[in-house]
Design a protein around this ligand. Sequence first.
Ligand SMILES: [Fe+2]
Length: 313
Amino acid sequence: MARIVAGIGSSHVPAIGAAIDNGKTEEPYWKRVFSGFEKSQEWMRETKPDVAIIVYNDHASAFSVDLIPTFALGCAAEFPPADEGWGPRPVPVVQGYPALASHIAQSVILDEFDLTICNKMAVDHGMTVPMNLLFGKVDKDSHWPCPVIPLAVNVVMYPPPTGHRCFMLGRAIRKAVESYPEDLKVVIFGTGGLSHQISGPRAGLINSKWDKAFLDNLSKDPQKLVKIPHVDYMREAGAEGIEMVMWLIMRGALDDKVDEVYRFYTVPASNTAVGHIILENHRRGAKAAGKHKPAAAKHKRAAARAKVHRIRS
Ligand SMILES: [Fe+2]
């Protein structure tokens, strides 16, 4: 059966994508950001997921004020990069996984989560920037390392879903994945945030204390996070800090207890706090899904789990 082995949280700052696309990753300002994802890329190469579910928000690229789905699941065979005003990013078209996506849609809707099903959808930096951060730079004419099921969440127009609703949707996605008969290793991303505000008198707001507490609780006590009302995100983490509710879908899809295998936090990238975390399901789950891995890789992963890397600045 299919199984979710790990969750990845990552900011999706558009300027990070521009730095990659314009060859600026070695500049000191950007190297500070990209160096924090080197271990993550190593982890991803070792984990080799069969499919990734990526929770992100569309930034008026595929949708607009004409159409605002709260949760939109991509069931298409492919998803082209969106034109965000400067032409599409020079990244490959994202391959989907229609069979699993349709299975998730059916399971989750029958569990009373009313998803919008998207059979045609362009994807913007909200999804492709975290893909670059975890998979590395991929040539436009090449292929991403695994297929992706996009899940777009409305956090742009009021009202976004609550943190509790997001967490419970994660639970339903996990149930859906585990009832899919094919033997697949699945990872799930939650993207966006961390604290930032783009406009208004508080533009540039960053709250590192809030961000770090969010990461701590995401790892150890997510039930504290599901109770946070929207207004607290706005007050403490800035207007765009509300994107952090999407990380709760990822967390809801994992075990109650997880192993935090990596964390990175730095300020700023553009005008945003960059946060990143990798959480693995407990050995029992990861082991079952990784049963075909060579022994050397298993030992390496065990060593990686034993050492929690924390980089804070
Ligand atoms: Fe965003």
